[in-house]
Design a protein around this ligand. Sequence first.
Ligand code: ATP
Ligand code: MG
Length: 189
Amino acid sequence: MRTTESNPDISEGTTRVFFAIWPDDAARKQLAGLAEQLRGEALCVGRKTKAENIHLTLVFVGEVGASKLETLCLAADRIKDSGTSAFDFAVEEIRYWKRNRILYAATGGIPPKLIDLVSALENALSTAGFTLEQRAYKPHITLMRDASCQTLPELAEPIAWQVREWMLVKSEQTSSGPVYTPIRRWPLA
Ligand code: ATP
Ligand code: MG
């Protein structure tokens, strides 16, 4: 168990944060509809992600103290000069991780600009002293948790949107599930 002694940040109050992108309205409706359809056709049972919560995580940061939150934003500000720009994200496949029972939407090939953005963010954050996960980045959009799935259908056509901004998001656990609140947004030209 983590205690205030072992983690001084906790005593000043921490916020659980991550960097992410959100689909536009049309893509969000389609992605939410997909999970509903899978459940309706009894192909999957599980806890559906609420439509407003559907997102793609770029970098998970974790618990951050108030003073570090500003450092985090300043570090993220610096990546605007690293050549990142708007790009299309297309969901092409529905997949299932048996190991953690997650049903998710994924892209066939990872857009190079997404890799650029994630790498720039990771570099900026580690330069600023943040310790990040060493696990390889696997872009995925969680559609259902505690999912049990049979065969997964192929998508008739991709669900795509243009990524024009990324954001730092606060994650809170409530009795009715996670609530995500954008703290700050960065546009992609
Ligand atoms: P819950 O934990 O209640 O199931 P959640 O996983 O969506 O909800 P968080 O745990 O705050 O909420 O995670 C926010 C986002 O960061 C999610 O997209 C989650 O998949 C991702 N994430 C969480 N922990 C990690 C981690 N250790 N490494 C990479 N991504 C993570
Ligand atoms: Mg989690």
